[in-house]
Ligand binder design. Structure first.
Ligand code: BGC
Length: 378
């Protein structure tokens, strides 16, 4: 099956399992976490689903996660409402947003934690009130009911492999030093990305400097890159592992302001529009495309199932597996496969999947790139 067909298949199956769940009615009474009060929720009557996202500097949350989640809920539970809050990377803010939702009487929380450990108290509080919690993208502690994300170790592997391929293509394999800019230490995904990248890079390249980046901040990433340039020397840097696209933007700004004209291969993640544009113009080597539509659909299906006392069973393409949170709780999970995107396969991935249109990518500043010239010719 081609990559392209795989995507359509995956999304179609995701939608089908959601449809089945809706058809089943899903009306039930749930007794929640046992120690809390009994909560009742049914698809027929509808209920409120609290969606808590962690930050807004990374574009995925407002552009994809929130709207796709709301669409998926509207599809499978038309009488449900989504109550949405973004924590802007602030742990205390997320805590009070969650408390307000619990007071408001939500039937279920879908939580993408700023800090997975601190979020344990939100999970405990919800459970105490009989409100189930679905961990979205990042695995919060506290014993959540379900978890949906990508295979985050694989994300790191894919980034590491692409970085080596990029260095080989640039003729710099085995030369110079690699800088690693990892994500936030409070995000368990960042630890997986980092471990997955090390699995590939260690022994293959020399790592000259490595940083964890609080809040996944692109500005901090830029400062860290400036430090690395000062200590290693710009001409000695043969590759940069950046854990996501937002930070890759900071890395590229630092290299450019240090006068580097031929940029070394730089990784990213999220297939942000700016990341894809940097890839087609040659500033960034790769990104990781994570198809957020199935992630959001599965989260919606898990949330509706948990709130109505049903079991979420997974689908053939995205079966249920198990994850272990930072405290050792076992959580039924769906982990979707990520995909590497370079200039070679932008068309077969993010464009053919409808994530972006050619028009969105090919703004005036990118009109001279091969992709946009070809699109203009056809
Ligand atoms: C997500 C990434 C995102 C990062 C920063 C991670 O948990 O998986 O997609 O780039 O957080 O928000």
């Amino acid at each position: 099956m081609s990559n392209r067909n795989k995507f359509f298949h995956r999304v179609a199956v995701g939608a089908a399992s959601v449809a089945l769940l809706a058809a089943a009615g899903c009306g039930a009474t749930t007794t929640g976490g046992g120690d809390g009060e009994t909560a009742t929720a049914s698809v027929e009557e509808g209920f409120t689903i609290g969606l808590l996202l962690p930050e807004s500097k990374t574009t995925r949350y407002e552009k994809f996660d929130r709207p796709l989640f709301e669409e998926a809920v509207a599809e499978i539970c038309p009488n449900c409402e989504v109550s949405y809050q973004n924590a802007d990377q602030d742990v205390a803010k997320q805590q009070s947003q969650a408390e307000a939702m619990l007071t408001q009487g939500v039937g279920v929380l879908v939580l993408d934690a700023v800090d997975a450990e601190a979020a344990g108290s939100i999970v405990q509080q919800a459970k105490g009130q009989g409100v189930p919690v679905v961990a979205y993208d990042r695995l919060a502690q506290g014993g959540v009911d379900y978890y949906v994300s990508f295979d985050n170790k694989t994300v790191g592997n894919v980034q590491g492999e692409a970085l080596i391929a990029g260095m080989e293509a640039a003729g710099t394999a085995g030369e110079g030093e690699v800088v690693m800019i990892n994500g936030s230490p409070t995000d368990p995904n960042a630890a997986d990305f980092k471990a997955g990248a090390h699995e590939i890079l260690d022994g293959q390249v020399e790592i000259g400097a490595e940083y964890d980046t609080a809040d996944w901040s692109p500005d901090r990433a830029q400062q860290q890159m400036e430090q690395a340039i000062t200590s290693i020397g710009a001409e000695e840097i043969s590759g940069v592992y950046s854990a996501n696209d937002g930070m890759a933007g900071g890395v590229i700004a630092a290299l450019k302001s240090a006068g580097v004209e031929e940029l070394p291969p730089i990784t990213g993640q999220d297939a942000e529009l700016a990341g894809i544009q940097r890839i087609i113009s040659g500033d960034q080597y790769m990104t990781v495309y994570k198809a957020i539509q199935p992630e959001a659909e599965i989260a919606a299906a898990m949330a509706v199932a948990a709130a109505t006392g049903e079991e979420y069973e997974g689908s053939a393409d995205n079966p249920l597996t198990e994850s272990t949170d930072g405290e050792g709780n076992t959580v039924p999970s769906v982990l979707i496969e990520p995909v590497a995107v370079t200039a070679e396969n932008v068309e077969d991935t993010v464009i053919s999947d409808g994530f972006y249109s050619i028009e969105e990518i090919c703004t005036d500043a990118y009109a001279d790139t091969d992709l946009c010239k070809e699109a203009g010719d056809s």
